[in-house]
Structure formats: structure tokens, C-alpha cells
Design a protein around this ligand. Sequence first.
Ligand code: NAD
Length: 411
Amino acid sequence: MNAFEAANHYISKASRIMNLGPRVERLLLSLEAEHHVTIPIERDSGELAVFSGYRFQHNSARGPTKGGLRFHPTVDADEVRALATLMTWKTAVVNVPFGGAKGGITCDPSELSQGELERVTRKFVERISQEIGPQRDIPAPDVNTNAQVMAWIMDQYSRQHGFAPGVVTGKPVELHGSEGREAATGYGVICVAENFLHDSGKCLKDATVAIQGFGNVGLFAALFAKEHGAKVVAVSDVSGGVANRDGLDVSALAELARSRRSLAEYESDGASPITNEALLTCEADVLIPAALGGVLTPEVAREVRAKVIVEAANAPTFPEADEIFEQRGITVIPDILANAGGVTVSYFEWTQNLQCLRWTEREVNSRLQQIMTDAYGTIRGLVQSRKLGWRTAAYIVALGRVAKAAMLRGV
Ligand code: NAD
């Protein structure tokens, strides 16, 4: 099963339970548009390099499409298709007025200078500028893209179409970005984890947490977990990880990551190295995959020791592994709920841009908490009343909203 088939597997399962029928299912499984472009740039050496770029739009029934832009050597059409689809269901779960899209450029940013990265980004925007826009499709940060990349996107698009900050979210706060956007995905992940533990008669304060990935999402998840009293016992990045059963010094690790150094360089009394594979099966109450997709394979699923998995990354769990978790009584809070904090604050940023307003961080966080808690509550209601798994319940909520909008608008 490839990534796109895996994403659609859950749709088909929910659609069967809802009796949506083949007509609606077919409509919701197909993408509206797939833009594939080449991106030629001049390297600093004067050589020409050509990259592949993708912007795929899955479904716009509920509003302009929305989704991140990823820079990674493994990006391909199949992955972008799967991630675009996920965005449709995610925006529907939190009920923000967007559809789903995703973009990616097949490149290794660690091998590009800052100037080359800027030229790649600007050329990509030049090539897809007719396909994005504040009322059409709005990119955001994802793996290996950040506020600076979003600033280049805004600037390049505005050069061609006039000043349009609402074309992209996750911009720097100094350039029409929103307070709280950078931390939003990690904040939402911990908000959901806390609600779940509370409902299970436990408390985040007494819990141990292991986090794979220490970038935008993983780092803030670790900081918020610690702030809420949890013991963060293991974290990792692409270089490997560190673990300490008594709890890691998350602030020191965050400082290291912010100075662009890898976790492999971290040294402290009590912390020992841990591989990315071992982290997934280490002793912890809560496991938070926050790096790439497809890490929770059936083999890993049999060894996982956590009691709950909160999917901060997109599509970290194979469908076969999902079934193993169900059999083993391990709850999986799915990506389309768990990491929806990012797109929620992106929605706030877009709203502020369109209205030329600026909200305070407190305003942003309190609205975010409200939306995440409401979405969590709606899905928990279905889990309890229909005895469903969390992922199936989340897809039923999302599918219901998208199918309704699509039917009202007409084929
Ligand atoms: P990022 O580039 O900021 O960080 C990625 C982290 O993963 C880094 O610490 C990196 O070293 C690590 N990593 C990369 N390859 C790895 C590997 N093979 N093994 C272990 N670790 C590895 O990216 P991010 O924005 O934090 O995104 C992380 C995940 O969260 C992705 O799946 C992304 O799609 C998802 N997500 C991000 C957002 C957002 O707002 N940025 C929102 C929703 C979902």
C-alpha cells in the first residue's frame, strides 16, 4: 500500500460505516488538480540545477485549499497526493473554512546555500503563481521550510499579483505572520494529549513522554509537555536522540536545536544516546512521532510500549500497524486531529491578513485551545457512543462535513 492508498484506506472505511455510497466516495477520493513543475536555478558555482516541484489540490468544497510546503529528498507525487488528501480531512475536523492541498520540492536543503534556497523557492512560486492565492490555495510551513521561506513566497507572489500577505501563512510575525503560529502545532498536540489523559483518569503532569523529531513541531511539543508538568524522557532528530528516564533538560535541548546544532552533539549527566528506532519502542506513557511519515510499521507496532500515541507527524502509522495498535489496546490519536493546531492558527493568520488586524498571542492561544478542545470533544463523543477507534471517528466527522459541502455545491 503506497502513501496515497493508505490515506484513502481510512476514507473508504469511514465511508462504508456512513453508507456514503460509491458516487460520493469516488468524488472525495479524487484530487482536483496536480501541478508538477520543474525548478531550474543557478547554483552558487554557476552550474545549473533542476528540481521537481509539486502543488496538489485535493478538495475545495469547504473553501480555498490549504496545506504545507515540504523540502525533502524523498518528496514525490505519491507522497504529496497523500498529504494533500489528509489536509482536506484535517481542516474539516477542526471545522476551519478550507479544503486541502500540499506542496513539495524534491531537494536536500542541507546541501543548498541560503541564496540557492531562496532562488528555488522564488522560482517555484513563479511557476505556480496562477494556482495559489488568498482565495485559491494557501501554502504554509512543513518539513524543512520555515518563516523565512514563507516570507519569500509572500514577496514573490506579491511582486506578480500585488501585495497579498494572505497568500501564505507561517510568515514571520514582523511580516504579517500571526503571534503563536510557530508554536501552534506543538501546542495543539499537547492540548489533545492532556485532554485524552484527563479523560482516562490520568494526568499529563504524571506522564512520561517520548518525542521523535525535534523541529518546529517536536520542539514545541516537548516545551509544552514540560511546561504542563510531564517528564520528557526521550527526544530525537535526524542525527539520533537522547534519553533520560528521570526527564531531559528540554530548555537546554531547545537551545541546542535553535542554534542549528544536532541532538547528537548533546552531552549531559544522566542523558544517554538513543536511536530513532529505539525511541519509538522506549518506556513512556505517551509516544509522539513528530518527524516523517511511515515510521510506525507493523514490526515497530508490536514492540511499542506507550499506552497512547499522539500523531504529531503526518501519516506516521501504516494501516496494518494501526490494526495492531487496536488489538493491543494502544490508543492512536490521529494526525488529522492531533496536529491540526498548525492549520488552525494558519486560519487565524489568514483571517488577520484579510482583515488587516493583529491579534495578541493570548487571543490566538485561547481561540486555538477552544477549537482543539471542541474538535477533540466531538470526536470523543463518537468514539464513546459508537465504540469506534479515534481515527475512524475523526474520519467520520471530516467526511460528513466535506461530503455535505460537496453535495450542496453540486458536482
Ligand atoms: P521540521 O523540518 O521543522 O522538523 C523535522 C524534524 O524531524 C527535525 O528535528 C529533523 O531532524 C527530524 N527528522 C527528519 N528526518 C528524520 C528521520 N529520518 N528520523 C528522525 N527524525 C527525522 O518539520 P516540522 O514542521 O516539525 O514537521 C514535522 C512533522 O509534523 C511532519 O510530518 C509534518 O508534516 C508535520 N506537521 C507539521 C506542521 C507544522 O506546522 N509545521 C503541522 C502539521 C503537521
